[in-house]
Design a protein. Sequence first.
Length: 180
Amino acid sequence: MKKLPIQKAFTLLEPGPVVLVTTADGDKQNILTLSWTMVMDFTPRFAFLTGSWNYSYKALTKTKECVIAIPAVDLAKKAVQIGTCSGAETDKFEKFKLTPLKASKVSAPLIKECYANIECRIVDHIKKHDIFVLDGVAAWVDGKRTEKRFFHAVGDGHFIADGKIINHRRIMLSKLPKGV
């Protein structure tokens, strides 16, 4: 084995997929690119990390809701570009030619071009670490999309696209919740 500098260790665990988080604060809608997300168990409970350095932070803390939109790999470049500008000066839906769709249970919009969208309510904000804990309240998938592969941030400007699917469902069946 070759020693890896400890400051690069996070690149081994950097979660994915890269997601786009939408918010709505009154008349202003915004999109935030994130790669720090976590599934908390087999329920629709999730977490992500962001802080006051992001324009969407104020809307998240005020409205306590958002949409986690999951782009497929065909939107990778656009998702990265979204993360390099601020919603304070930029209408990201307009600039990146994305279509906001009305959500069913939250005021934040879905993104039509994404493979999936999860409407969420924030149930906890661990301020010490700026971790938001969310409950999914509705989920949408565009089964007609031909591109369904996700992409994952390594953390150093490189990304990994999903590849071959390995099916071990039969082995795990006794551990999966009913309906999954």
